[in-house]
Design a protein around this ligand. Sequence first.
Ligand SMILES: *[C@@H]1O[C@H](CO)[C@@H](O)[C@H](O)[C@H]1NC(C)=O
Ligand SMILES: *[C@@H]1O[C@H](CO)[C@@H](O)[C@H](O)[C@H]1NC(C)=O
Ligand SMILES: *[C@@H]1O[C@H](CO)[C@@H](O)[C@H](O)[C@H]1NC(C)=O
Ligand SMILES: *[C@@H]1O[C@H](CO)[C@@H](O)[C@H](O)[C@H]1NC(C)=O
Length: 438
Amino acid sequence: MAALSYLFSLSLLCFSLAAQALNNPDPKCSATNDHGSNLQVFHVYSPCSPFRPSQPLSWEEDVLQSLAKDQARLQFLDSLAGVKKSIVPVASGRQIIQSPTYIVRANIGTPPQTMLMAVDTSSDTAWVPCNGCVGCSSNVFNSLKSTTFKSLNCGAAQCKQVPNPSCLGSTCSFNVTYGGSTIASNLSQETFSLATDIVPSYTFGCIQKTTGSSVPPQGLLGLGRGPLSLLSQTQNLYKSTFSYCLPSYKSLNFSGSLRLGTVGQPIRIKYTPLLKNPRRSSLYYVNLNAIRVGRRIVDIPPAALAFNPTTGAGTVFDSGTVFTRLVTPAYEAVRNEFRRRVGPKIPVTSLGGFDTCYSVPIVVPTITFMFSGMNVTLPVDNIVIRSTAGSTTCLAMAAAPDNVNSVLNVIANMQQQNHRVLIDVPNSRLGVARERCT
Ligand SMILES: *[C@@H]1O[C@H](CO)[C@@H](O)[C@H](O)[C@H]1NC(C)=O
Ligand SMILES: *[C@@H]1O[C@H](CO)[C@@H](O)[C@H](O)[C@H]1NC(C)=O
Ligand SMILES: *[C@@H]1O[C@H](CO)[C@@H](O)[C@H](O)[C@H]1NC(C)=O
Ligand SMILES: *[C@@H]1O[C@H](CO)[C@@H](O)[C@H](O)[C@H]1NC(C)=O
C-alpha cells in the first residue's frame, strides 16, 4: 500500500515535471546529437529526460514500479495479440505511470515544436497531445502555431484505416485504448522532423481527450509495421528498416540510438525470421524454439513457445515492456534450472513479482534464447538486476501475471539493453548483435 501511494504521488510529480523546459543545457542532451537518420534514445530516468523523478528512486521502488507498469503493458500486448476481448486495467484509477521506458526527440510542425516522444515497437500510430486536449499534461503540441498542420476529414482514405472512426463536424476522429487509458484523437497531418530527416504530411492522432496515465506525456512514436505506422508512411525514405540500441538502466548518463532506414545498419549481425500475424500486424513475432540455462536446454512444452496467429500465441520483441515475461510453463522451467545451477541450498527470496532473488553473492548462469537460426546468449547484466548496494540479486524475468492468462512470451527491454536490434521488414528478419549503447 505504501508503494502504491508513493507511486501515486510520483505520477503527479511527473505531470508537473513534464511542463518544464525540454532544453537541458548539458551538451550530451543537445538536439545536435541527432543527425542523419540517427536519433538519440534516452531512458525516461536519464538526466536528459524531463520525466525523471526529482529524487532518484530507491532500487526497490524502481523495481516495483517497473513491474507494476509491465502488468498493464502485458494486458495491452495481449489485447493486441487477440487473447482477451475485454481488458480490465490492473491499476485503474491508481495513476501508475505506464509509459514506455525510452524516449526520442521529434520536431513537429512549422516552425518546429520539440516533443520527447516514447518509442513503442508494438504500436503503429503516432499520438501527440494537442491544444485543447482534456486530460493531457500541459506540454502539448499547439497546432494553431503551425502553418503545416491539417486535420483530415471523414472522407479521407486514412480515416478508413483507424479503429472506430467517427465524424466530429467534418473532422475524422477515433478512439482507442492504450494500457489503462482511453484516447480520443483527431486524425491529422503534420510535418515531422526526425533527426535531419523531414517527413511531410505525416498522419497521426492529435489527442483531444485522454483518461488514465498510460499515454506518455509528450506522445508516442509507434514503430510497429501495420497500416498508418511510421514504417508504412515512409516506405521510400526508410524502406521499412530500423534498428535501436537501448542504454542500460545502470548507466543512465548514456543514450542509445534509433537508426531509421537502411544506411549504417550493422552488417555482422545474426538474424531470425520475422513472423507475420495478419490479425496483429503491428507486433514483431519471432520463433523462439528453446531456452538454454547454462549448458542445459530446459524442458518446455512445445505449445508454450509455438506461434499461433489465431490465438496470438508465440514470442514478440517489445521495447515497451521492461522485464521479459514467459508463459508459466516456460518460465518455471527456466527458473527451476536457474535455481538449480545457482545452488539448491542457497535460500531464495522474492521481491514484488520476482520469485528468484538472493541476498548472498551468487554465480549467475548464462541464459540463451534459441530462436530459429539465431542463438542469443545474454550477458549477466541482461539476466539479473542487482541492488546498488549489491546485497540483492534477482532473476529479471517473470511468468506472465495470473490475471492476464497470457499466451504471449515477451522479450523485453531489460533483456535487449546493450544490444542492437535490427528490424528488416523487406527481408522479413530481425537481427540481434551485442553493442554498448553509449
Ligand atoms: C479536433 O476536431 C474538433 C472537431 O472538428 C475541433 O473542434 C478541434 O479544434 C480539433 N482539434 C485540433 C487540435 O485540431
Ligand atoms: C470517443 O471519445 C469521446 C470523448 O471521450 C466521446 O465523446 C465519443 O463519444 C467517443 N466516440 C466513440 C465513437 O466512441
Ligand atoms: C551523470 O552526469 C552527471 C552530470 O551530467 C554527473 O553529475 C553524474 O556523476 C554522472 N553519473 C555517472 C554515473 O556518471
Ligand atoms: C544454437 O545452439 C545449439 C546448441 O545448444 C546448436 O545446436 C545450434 O546449432 C545453435 N544454432 C545456431 C543458429 O547457431
